[in-house]
Design a protein. Sequence first.
Lengths: 937, 191
Amino acid sequence: MNPEKWEQMKQLFASALDLEPKARREFLRNACRGNDSLFQEVEALIAAHESDSTASNGQATPIRTPITRWDGRRIGPYRILHRIGSGGMGDVYLAVRADDTFNKRVAIKLVQAGIDTQEILDRFRHERRILAALDHPNIARLLDGGTTDDGLPYFVMDFVEGTPIDEYSNNRRLSISERIALFRQVCLAVHYVHQNLVVHRDLKPSNILVTADGMPKLLDFGIAKLLKPEFLSHPLDATRMEFRLMTPWYASPEQIRGEAVTTASDVYSLGVILYELLTSRRPYRPKTDAFEEILRAVSEQEPERPSAAIGRPKPLASGSESAPTLSSAAIAEQRSTVVDKLKRQLSGDLDMIVMKALRKEPQRRYPSAEQLSEDLRRQSEGLPVTAQRDSTRYRAGKFVRRHKAGVAAAGLVLVFLVAGVLATTWQARVARSERAEAERQFNDVRKLTTSFLFEFDTAIQNLPGSTPARQLLVERALEYLNKLAQQARSDPGLQRELAEAYLKVGDVQGNPYEANLGDTQGAVESYQKALAISQALTRAHPEDRISSEYLARSYQSLGEVLPTLGKPTEAFADLRQATEILASLANARPADQELRFRLANSYQVLGDLQGHSGIPNLGDQAGSLASYRKALDLYRSILITDAKNVRARRGAAIVEIRIGDLEQGSDLKSAMKHYQSSLATFEELSAADPNHAEDQRRLGLAYQKVGAIEESLGNNRAALENYQKVSALTEARMRTDPNNAQAKMSYVVSHRYVGDLLYKMNDRAGAIANYRQSLEMLERLSASEPNNVLTKGRLSEMLIVLGQALAETGKPTEAHEMTSRGLSIAKELAAREDATPEELFDYAQGFLGCEPAGLRQPQTAVEYAKRALEKSGGSDSDYLDLLARAYFEAGDFDRAVENEEKALHSLPPTAASQATTAKQRSLEARLSKFRLARKHN
Amino acid sequence: MSASSNQVTELLADWSRGDVKAREALIPLVYDELRRLANSYLRQERNDHTLQPTALVHEAYLRLIAQRDIEWKDKGHFFAITAQLMRRILVDHARSHLAEKRGRGVTKVPLDDAFVIAREVPGKMLVLDESLGCLARVDPRQAQIVELRVFAGLSVEEAAEFLGISLATVKRDWRMAKAWLSHEIEKSRDL
């Protein structure tokens, strides 16, 4: 690609996009006459653009063609008359049943290309009965569905001749009470559908038509669900895709977050529609009309009260579809009234009702559309409504959310200022000896502060991007608690809250098990403050259990975070303290199950630190084993009284795998016992809850561990059975979750395991069969993901392994074919500049030892080994040994000896463990072989 | 944190006044912060955490600039730099993610491993990065727009303001760059 050509493409692309979609190709063909490659490239861009036609910023340019290719055509039993509308998913046409003497008119929604037709149709068949059964005067029925001759899905609905509800109300200058009466009919229709377990998901004015005689009709029920974004064939830009079907203004915050959509989401959309019917304004004011900004506004902004929105001086940023931009006077006129009167009508109950429907949290909205309607009725009859003014907590919550958007940290500060004023008042009142009143105030303040800390932090901690907000929140709360603590040093309850606060701040700052700010040092400081407070508390109240629990928690938190600062010894001391305290607490309260769980957890963390191979540890395997055993005993003691306790069973099974891992080197039998017991547990847990993916994974792990021990004991049969179980398990996982890439990869690996073992057992045919299964899956994986270097590498390796097995069973032709393909993939991968030393090692091995031997290329192996050595720093014994072997095969015995000597020297000096001596021995054996060869040449 | 916050703000102001050295001084400050944040996300033991680059950039901004008012121009510079760094971090991560999972030797791959690998993302990220590199060679402005939009989460309006070009141009460029990149990524899938 050169800049000149690019410039040309750019201009053609821009000019083509200015045209109607159907005119684009022809224009392009003319413009590129004689230059096929240019045509093809720009055409591809246009196709990419069209299939992603939300275009930038959601300002989709709806495809508007006055006459379509569908006009007059037949779809199924229907004949298309003309197009009557278009939407995100496609166009809507007016049609008649061709074989119908009554000429019944229907609306046909044609789904545009680029959508997984099969999925939609399957789903349609599934839902059709439910949808067809919906029979309500205010609902347009879904009549039929199918695919056109060229494979586009379509849906047939009752044809409704009407005007969108907002337009209808404005055109007829309906008063507020008339609008409410109309809207209530809509609510009741929605409620009817909800009772039939169908959610609309895409309610908006254009889906609610009002007929000439004033009857509202809801369209498209169930359609949005049929056209779920998962079925879009385009995997790109998934988040945007979620909403390309939806008008963002009416989508609920949970829809935007991609969470479960329930009837409450429809209630929310109804709230937006009501808002606009009352005010002709949008509830939110995004900074710009960019798609993302609207989404952000919907999820983060609080809606303005309708009565206030009327007076909003400047209209909203204009959206693409009929954005309300009228003046207040015009809006009032449309409602057959004047501005002041309109404001009065809306303020109070109607404001409250709308705001309740628009709450961000689904559970705080009206529980049903019917209840929204009912509140509107009560309002119109002057009865008290159920929508209450926002509670203090709710309003405080809004500050937190605003802060999350990074726009009004001041909001939060304000609340604390209010709290501060209250406290000052307290001091003033104390001076005036109004003690009782003052204490009540003080407690209010304290409650406010701690509720901030505990309730809001919990509420926001799982929101993405909320970490800085959490920190600010917690810090401010802490500041305030500090002040309170000084005023009431003797109050142990307050001191405990302070300890809790410091522990929380520490978690936010740097607890490795939570979303944190990466400030480990800060975390340690906060934990130490919590520790100091808890220590003082336990000194003053040695019998107080809760203070002791805080003390233990402080120690454990320190013990968890210190290893990441390179202080495992301090961490160890702290964890020991934590376990001791918890142990004595648990002793004193043997019935307290939660305490025992926490103690077990403490022991497990301690055991990990002492000797779990996965993390930086103290290398004290005996100590680690002892701690794990204590954890195991605790879980077992819980199981004695509560045999079915899943948490305890899972905890025990996890610890047993760890114990098995530690014992494997010394006591194979005991390791086996633990693995088997773990296996049995995970088998039962997975059987009870087949959807628990983690347990399924652990079950596979346990089979594999048991199999590996059997194999090392020489019990090949038993090992085989276990490995085959792993295969069966992954196959089951693939059946239930066909898109699970991890399951596919474990399928690959488990068949490889089975194959290797069969090979060892001299069952070449069985080995080859398993290798082939593994290979087949690898081929599929790498075809679907050609850029995945890892999969490709495994594919190459598998081909070479299979080639070897085939060569040995007397199938030279196929062996040759497999191996040479494997080698050529290896070559391609090795050509990448960023190939890692480990990869190069693998490729070199292939070129050194493959079968048929005629395909070996020692010289290539030398080259790869050199590169691997260089990349790894030049002194890694594994790579030196590899290089030596490659030189040997290439016939350069001097260099072979030289490098093997270096490899021996580079071995770690203290070769104490068995593995290293074994390695040393094999290097020495090789060295003498090479020396011998050198001597004889 | 407050010291570096002042420092960052001053450096940004210097840079937007044309001091190129300030930019060089800024990179390590922003990079460290960003990488620390990114790592703490990528290291999450729980796998329900997905990395959202723009959310991270936002957090980095809050951390480094704190709450102080800052001119849009400086802010734009911050996001421009962050976008580049974010891209680098994500690409590095994708690379190492692909590389580290490879076992050594032609022997067995441990079974535990198989449950962890085969995430789709790293491959795609690398294709995006590569294609973006190609794009930068023929049309640097388009590439920069993509970088600002994708890795720093700037809106088209913001990108236009930062680049000092018209909104229409940014929209046009973005439209084409997006089509081209989608096509490239699609192509790599079809291979």
